[in-house]
Design a protein around this ligand. Sequence first.
Ligand code: PLP
Length: 224
Amino acid sequence: MSINKEQYLTIQEHLAPHNVELIAVSKTKPNEDIQALYDLGQRAFGENYVQELVDKEASLPKDIQWHFIGHLQSNKVKYIASFVHLIHGVDSEKLLQEINKQAAKHNKIIDCLLQVHIATEETKFGFDGPDLHHFLVSGRVASYTHIRIRGLMGMASFTTNETLLTQEFTTLKTYFDNAKMAFPNAQFDTLSMGMSSDYNLAIVHGSNMVRIGSLLFGARNYNK
Ligand SMILES: *Cc1c(COP(=O)(O)O)cnc(C)c1O
């Protein structure tokens, strides 16, 4: 087993007083590692790849809450719709439409976060601030009757520059506060921001859900 138990307990201790939920990001990691963290009490796990998630869901305990945190292609929603707990990276209306359709087929409501583009890198997906605003005030959200938009998710730049990170987290928190006003009666309460390298700063700036992988499971090796 290669999970870092001490790190897990330290992180949980750190998060508890702030009411921040930990999503253990287990992409590329074997089932034994997930089971080991599960045995310590962890129930929320995050995955980025549909096929990997489907395989893991089939062989791991049924009370795991699976978070899909990667870039989700519309044509793959159908594979995870029956069991996914929260989809973090919703970055287009096309994807919302498909999630709504698949959720309806399963006669359920799927919780989603809208991903907002906050990083300086071109490659990170998400709504731009103004697009998000237009979408939220359009009223179209209400037509997705099988989706509950629970909040926002963002990924900061890949940097150790705290000034830049602070700026990006603050921007996302402002979008979150504004969006919350657009959903006065909804259960809009989740701000997913912060990873292994920046979660402390993210919490300082208002995150209430962090997605942590390498601190818990060690570095990922994509070449295996
Ligand atoms: C991989 C990933 C994480 C976890 O990254 P670590 O640096 O290993 O903590 C968090 N969020 C997203 C969207 C990811 O793809």
